[in-house]
Design a protein around this ligand. Sequence first.
Ligand SMILES: NC(=O)c1ccc[n+]([C@@H]2O[C@H](COP(=O)([O-])OP(=O)(O)OC[C@H]3O[C@@H](n4cnc5c(N)ncnc54)[C@H](O)[C@@H]3O)[C@@H](O)[C@H]2O)c1
Length: 356
Amino acid sequence: MAKIIQVGKKDSRYEVVIGKNTITRTRLASHLKSKNKILVITDSGIPKKYIKELKTALGFNKQVHFHMIPCGEESKSFATYISIQEKLADLKFDRSDSMIAFGGGVVGDITGFCAATYLRGINFIQIPTTLLSQVDSSVGGKTAINIKQGKNLVGSFNNPSMVLINSKYLEALPEKEFKSGLGEVAKYAFIGNKKLYKILQENSKEITQRNLNILEQIIEESINTKSKIVTKDEKEAGVRAILNFGHTFGHAIEAFNNYKGITHGAAVTLGMSIAAKISYFEGHIKIHQLDNIINLIDSLGLDSNYEKYKFKDLKKYLSNDKKVSSGKLNLILINSKGIAFKTDKFQEESLKRPFN
Ligand SMILES: NC(=O)c1ccc[n+]([C@@H]2O[C@H](COP(=O)([O-])OP(=O)(O)OC[C@H]3O[C@@H](n4cnc5c(N)ncnc54)[C@H](O)[C@@H]3O)[C@@H](O)[C@H]2O)c1
């Protein structure tokens, strides 16, 4: 049985469906009318058999078009954005037509932004195919493209009308992409989801072996946490900031590496190890809590060892972080109850201590 989670308030409310066979004709037809056009955006790395299955499920509609973009972060660009907008215009899409994002976070982010801006907004649905996009980027309505000055600098908040999560897609996912998503899953456990923490502790082997039933449980718990937070704070005016646990140093590590050779989730996992240590040095958690966090990361086969990064290497990127407001760096830390909080009150020295 598929699990359904409601996300968002009133008019912007949408369903997230989680299961093994969620991509059905009935579900798709409930949001995509047979007489209206559909443009599916996907990328060159998505296994062809999944694209074929989606085409079959969309068989009720005779006006389905596919647009393939090259896989990789480079596709979250203005050039790709324009190529998609021109395709929509060439196909004479109007406001009753729809888009589908069929891929990972790259496809989801650019499709959502195209849907937000074409004719000032058309309907779109998310079918995320990576673990990271299933537990994170497909839910919450953030859409964006990159410009040379930085990642995700141009975008909008735009909720999809539905998110369909098929756990079977994870069977084909390369190990490093799987681990990237797992890092974000661990984050939800560390910022306050106790049930998820327990599932991760008790099932680390099944998770690393990609047992789909357990994966569906951790996806569900991740979305439970994310949906509660983004429903309360749709546009990141407050509590949503805690979703950035591990991201201050994670973003710095990604930027230091020029966004190459390390996935977002792997960088965030290192960032969480650093943020957990700062939480300890600041007296918010006890040593055994810090040990538990590092042990959980390690038991999931993720890397908690950030030894090769020096504070002086990362420092300049910290000041670029989105969590700096009025010139003051905000950190997301955790307390002894295992709850995350945002603060700009910490000893300058605590930032450096994890690297000593
Ligand atoms: N909008 C948000 O809230 C949000 C949150 C987190 C991250 N993001 C964004 O998400 C992006 C990263 O997303 P991602 O980690 O999903 O990476 P991705 O979209 O680049 O996908 C990773 C790789 O996996 C391949 N792939 C996808 N599904 C597959 C499958 N089922 N089997 C085999 N291969 C598959 C893709 O072709 C790609 O090569 C970044 O641009 C980041 O900024 C957005």
